[in-house]
Design a protein around this ligand. Structure first.
Ligand SMILES: *Cc1c(COP(=O)(O)O)cnc(C)c1O
Length: 366
């Protein structure tokens, strides 16, 4: 057994604070950063419950499954929720957000997922942020799938609550996560009688017991191994360079898209416009008459370690996900995924051109 995982000195408050500071640098933010001791759903839920109440009117953009979950939390908090569903093969536009504000000027909170690993789209947060700021609403962003794959800039974009996790493009642990919180968001929470207090979901607890107390004593025992893994992951990104990590994801997405198109056999990019396709993961539409989950299962038979998955729930029929993020943001992973899909398609009688796909990947990778 690996005793090095067990016989560790306690994680000091100073070290914990330094990891928070590293996250703040990654996000180029001056806002407070709180590292929550759980998977990203913890700050995602904690932030909504912290700011939302019966007086809240929320615009909830749904570009994938997480938006649906946010809507449920918001309603559970008593908020009035205007859902803005967007077809999964596209992205939302700043114009649609502007139109929603025109129809419902009382909107004072906007929830948005930046990039969706589950559906493969990415939304223009900078432009949307301008609209939200002009209307004075609070802006909540799920950047779990985008951070590390494309720029995430809460200060420049006017994001008040920006949640990240390390398990996707950062190639880090899933067990801790972080949220940046603006002064406006803290004020909204402090004024919210329903904001969780003395609760695992509470961001205010962290503010009062940790940040305002000078970050000198941890309120409870941290998830030490996960914190060390997050630190190692941040160090690795700093060593390689965030720009290079993002470039790898961009290349992997472009290569997957180009390779799938060249492969033929009826395989198509799920997200129509390349500009709306997320660098973190590429979704493909299975050919008519062939179930995506079946193709993925066959492809994984050749190599279970490939970053392939079928879409969740009803999308399992039509959507193939190539999760080329973190350690899989490589040309090898993209090529191997397409080769395995080609074999699965050929197996089902589709005419595919594996050589053309390999060439397209090589060209796109350069
Ligand atoms: C992955 C992801 C999360 C975190 O959820 P897990 O499935 O538990 O990893 C949250 N939001 C988005 C947009 C994600 O892609």
């Amino acid at each position: 057994m690996t005793d090095s995982l067990l016989d560790l000195p306690p994680l000091s408050a100073a070290r914990f604070a330094s990891i928070e500071d590293r996250v703040a640098r990654l996000l180029a933010t001056e806002q407070d950063v709180v590292i929550m001791q759980g998977e990203a759903l913890l700050p995602l839920e904690g932030a909504i419950r912290g700011v939302a109440g019966p007086g809240t009117t929320a615009l909830n953009v749904i570009t994938g499954p997480y938006g649906q979950t946010f809507g449920q939390w918001l309603r559970d908090c008593g908020a009035t929720v205007h859902d803005l569903p967007v077809p999964y093969h596209t992205a939302v536009t700043a114009d649609r957000i502007e139109k929603a504000f025109t129809e419902h000027p009382e909107i004072d909170f906007v929830s948005l997922v930046h990039a969706e690993a589950a559906t493969g789209n990415t939304n223009p947060v900078a432009e949307i942020g301008e609209v939200v700021r002009a209307r004075g609403a609070l802006f909540y962003l799920d950047a779990v799938a985008s951070v590390g794959a494309e720029p995430v800039l809460p200060d420049a974009w006017g994001v008040d609550l920006c949640v990240i996790g390390a398990q996707k493009a950062m190639g880090g642990p899933a067990g801790v996560s972080a949220v940046s919180v603006s002064e406006r968001a803290w004020a909204r929470m402090a004024a919210n009688p329903r904001a969780p207090r003395r609760s695992y979901l509470s961001l205010l607890d962290w503010k009062e017991r940790w940040i305002d107390a000078g970050r000198t004593a941890l309120p409870h025992a941290p998830a030490q191994l996960e914190m060390l893994a997050l630190e190692a992951c941040l160090e690795r990104i700093e060593a390689v360079g965030l720009d290079e990590v993002m470039a790898r994801h961009r290349r992997a997405a472009a290569a997957t898209r180009a390779g799938a198109a060249a492969l033929g056999g009826g395989l198509e990019p799920y997200v129509h416009k390349a500009s709306e396709a997320a660098p973190v993961a590429t979704t493909l539409r299975a050919p008519a008459g062939i179930a995506a989950f079946d193709l993925v299962a066959r492809a994984l038979e050749t190599d279970p370690s490939l970053p392939l998955a079928a879409g969740g729930g009803p999308l399992a029929q039509e959507m193939i996900r190539v999760n080329h993020y973190g350690p899989h943001a490589t040309r090898e992973a993209v090529e191997a995924s397409l080769t395995a899909l080609a074999a699965a398609l050929a197996d089902r009688g589709a005419a595919v051109d594996g050589e053309a796909a390999r060439e397209a990947v090589a060209k796109a990778w350069r």
